[in-house]
Structures are given as C-alpha cells and as structure tokens.
Design a protein around this ligand. Structure first.
Ligand SMILES: Cc1cc2nc3c(=O)[nH]c(=O)nc-3n(C[C@H](O)[C@H](O)[C@H](O)COP(=O)(O)OP(=O)(O)OC[C@H]3O[C@@H](n4cnc5c(N)ncnc54)[C@H](O)[C@@H]3O)c2cc1C
Length: 296
C-alpha cells in the first residue's frame, strides 16, 4: 500500500526541526531511520501530514565517551553501535543488542533513539537499555530536558514525548570495573522480533553480586524489570540454588500474552531459560572473560 499524502521537510539543525514540530504539533512525525515509521505509513497505521526528516542534521551521530557516560546521538544507527570498539569494551551488552536487532539492512538505517521513541514492547533496545542507567535527552522550543528511560517509556508504543519534542540522544552510565552484562534473545527466524528476551547487567564485589539488573523484553506491555529476582540475587554469591530462585522470580515477573509466537506458559518458561543464559554471560564478562554474543 502507499502512504497517505504528506509534506516532507529536511531541516538542517535541531532548532529548525523543533520549530517545525512546534508548528505542526500532532500532525507531524520525526523520521529517523524509517524502519518502523515507513512500514507503518505504508500500512496506514500512521498517517502524519508532515514528515520531519532529521537525517541531514549534523552532530546527531555521536557515539562517544563523556566521562563515565556513553553518549549516543539520535542518528546513531544499530550498525554503528555494533561496530564500535568503545561499546564492546565498556558495554558489551549493547554490542549484543546491536547484533541481534533485525537484519543488516535494518541495522544500517534504524537508530537506537528511534527504537526508544517507538517503544515497541518486543524491541531489543528498550529491553537492554532498561537494565542500564539510561537517560533520554529531549529538545523542544521551550528548552532541553533529560529524563531517565524508566520514566520516558510509559507503556507499549507510548512515551513521555509531547508534540513538538524530539529525542536528541541518549546517555548510558558506563559500569565500574568488575561489572558485566549480556543480552539473550530467542527469535523464531533470524532477523525477527523476540519471542522473549532477557538483559542482565551485574557488578561484583569479589564473588558477591554487588548489583543486579534484569530486564525482560517481549513478555509484557513494555520492558519489565524483574525487581524481585534482582533483590534475591543482590548481596549474595551466585549458586545453583540462588539462580533457581532467580529463575522462578523471573518467570513470575513475566507478563506475556499468547500470540503466533507462543503461549503464555511457553514464553514464561522461555524467560527463565534466557535469564540463566544471560546471567552466565554477564558473570563471565564481570570476571573479565571475553565472550561473544550468545546466539540461541
Ligand atoms: C524487517 C524489520 C525487522 C525488524 N526487526 C527488529 C528487531 O528484531 N528488533 C527491534 O528492536 N527492532 C526491529 N525492527 C525495528 C527497527 O529496529 C527500527 O529501526 C526501530 O524500531 C526504529 O528506529 P528508526 O530510526 O528506524 O525509527 P523511525 O522508523 O524513523 O521512527 C520510529 C518512531 O519513532 C519516532 N522517532 C524516531 N526518532 C525520533 C527522535 N529522534 N525523536 C523523536 N521521535 C523519534 C518516529 O516519529 C516514529 O514514531 C525491525 C524493522 C524491520 C523493518
């Protein structure tokens, strides 16, 4: 199908983009990689009257370290993150996410910030970045504000973004030494959205789990933090019985719905299995062992 008619703008600066967004309000949409928006426009799920293409704006493709934070500009593509030696070094869980998102074509165009703005409950970035200390930077004609990701995504496909606002970038806390994370995704076909996915980020104090963050993707209306499992694991040493408790609490935290990808029981079980694999990967990395992305 063809999209409805729309007027196209290609601003050169953030100021121009937000002026256009302020002028057209609800009738305007930002176009980043177009990998979610364009299919939705073709299906007429989305019919913006004004399309504000941000791809010509300079300075939005950042992927750099700023002190103890990783800065990711709004035009940073999945493939940029996947190819980054810096990301592999400081946050290899994000290398996992970049390599497991969609296929090469989509990864070359789609942006990390676009995935967050789109807030697909089965999206890889919402699941991974929810396990990390992630902030979202938002610009509007009224100024710039920064909100934690946990507040930014309010529900599936729903964020705090108001008409007239644009995400200019993300920033992610770089974990201290003896920390590690891993993201594991189960998909029915290569390049597909997750049936279920789990991100685990831990920090160690000797052999004690100093901090544990567990985020579940595709098993709820939005990414879910498995807080009860996190609390049980924190301050303890990893053991088989502790991890069995963690796995049970992860399964209980999942709120999947049945669809063509699987039943509620199947997805719940899968979340537990993926948790165990992601935890093992996170522990390896926290102990300084280099492991490549875990493929299921
Ligand atoms: C075949 C296929 C397979 C896919 N598989 C996966 C997968 O396995 N996992 C996965 O997570 N995703 C998958 N995707 C989605 C893909 O990752 C998209 O790139 C991503 O969801 C959106 O990023 P984008 O830059 O393309 O955003 P766009 O499509 O340009 O925009 C998406 C939405 O976000 C808004 N938006 C984008 N950027 C901004 C911004 N800076 N400020 C404000 N609003 C903004 C747009 O207005 C729009 O509403 C797939 C897509 C396709 C076509």
């Amino acid at each position: 199908m063809y999209p409805s008619e729309f007027e196209y703008f290609a601003p050169q600066t953030v100021a121009e983009a937000i002026a256009l967004l302020a002028r057209y309000g609800d009738d305007a949409k930002v176009l980043a990689g177009g990998q979610s928006l364009v299919p939705m426009m073709k299906l007429r799920i989305a019919s913006p009257r004004y399309l504000i293409d941000i791809n010509r704006i300079e300075g939005l493709s950042d992927l750099r370290r700023d002190g103890d934070r990783l800065v990711i500009g709004a035009l940073c593509r999945h493939a940029d993150v996947g190819a980054s030696a810096l990301v592999r070094e400081v946050l290899p869980i994000m290398t996992d996410a970049a390599g497991l998102t969609a296929d090469i074509q989509v990864r070359n165009r789609g942006t990390v910030a676009g995935s967050i703005a789109h807030a697909d409950p089965a999206g890889d970035w919402p699941a991974v970045l929810a396990a990390l200390d992630t902030d979202v930077t938002i610009a509007a004609t009224s100024g710039v504000r920064t909100v934690p990701l946990s507040a930014f995504i309010v529900d599936g496909y729903t964020t705090q973004l108001e008409p007239g606002e644009i995400v200019t970038g993300l920033s992610v806390g770089i974990p201290p030494a003896h920390a590690g994370g891993a993201y594991v995704k189960f998909e029915k076909r290569a390049g597909d959205f997750a049936v279920a996915s789990v991100a685990v980020q831990i920090a160690l104090d000797g052999t004690t789990l100093r901090s544990v963050a567990i985020s579940l993707g595709a098993v709820g209306p939005a990414a879910i933090r498995a807080t009860a499992a996190e609390q049980v694991l924190q301050g303890r040493e990893a053991s088989e019985s502790l991890l069995m408790d963690g796995e049970r609490l992860v399964r209980e935290a999942a709120q999947p719905f049945a669809d063509t990808r699987g039943s509620v029981e199947y997805k719940r079980h899968l979340a537990g299995v993926l948790f165990r694999r992601a935890f093992a990967g996170a522990l390896d990395r926290a102990n300084g062992r280099e492991i490549s992305t875990i493929h299921m």
